[in-house]
Design a protein around this ligand. Structure first.
Ligand code: S3P
Length: 174
């Protein structure tokens, strides 16, 4: 699925550890577009880490904050930005048309081994603090891959690609 790169924004979606923040920074540098990270925006607003929001206020509160954040970005009339989203942001059905309205949606797809390796380095991912993170990842991917497919204008397999190759893959497919 590849559609033209709009003048608007580039939205990166995909599972935790799929490289959204890293590729977002690279694209931001290549295009001179500022990078907005929805997790960071929520953390700034709440003055709490994602992990603390989950434990103190609950996942539903976090999901509501994600929807409000996307609505805010749309009403700001944002253009020429890279937006890296939290891995669960497209899960709420009402968020998917909002993401597509906001810009060109790219699904960064990565395999379980890559995700496991990257996410094990960082503990700010409450949903993966389980006894068997591999099984958790596999179960969540089985639920989410169809969602990422539905929301994305472009599906990019990133396994085996380095940062520059992935970023150029996005720009070339557009
Ligand atoms: C989540 C992904 C995280 C963060 C939160 C929930 C998810 O963002 O929003 O821990 O449900 O997949 P990253 O994808 O940036 O890790």
């Amino acid at each position: 699925c590849s559609e033209p790169l709009p003048a608007k924004n580039i939205i990166l979606v995909g599972f935790m550890g799929s490289g959204k923040s890293t590729i977002g920074r690279e694209l931001g540098q290549l295009l001179s577009y500022p990078l907005i990270d929805t997790d960071s925006k929520i953390e700034e607003n709440e003055k709490l880490s994602v992990a603390d929001i989950f434990s103190l206020k609950g996942e539903d509160y976090f999901r509501e904050s994600e929807t409000l954040t996307v609505q805010q970005l749309i009403s700001d009339g944002l253009t020429h930005h890279i937006i890296a989203t939290g891995g669960g942001l497209p899960v709420r059905p009402e968020n998917r048309p909002l993401l597509r309205e906001l810009g060109y949606v790219v699904w960064l797809d990565a395999n379980t081994d890559t995700i496991l390796e990257r996410t094990s380095r960082n503990s700010n991912r409450p949903l993966l603090q389980t006894e068997n993170p591999r099984a958790t990842i596999e179960k969540m991917l089985a639920q989410r891959n169809a969602i990422y497919q539905e929301v994305a204008h472009l599906h990019l397999q990133t396994t085996g690609l380095n940062i520059a190759e992935t970023a150029h893959g996005i720009l070339e497919s557009a």
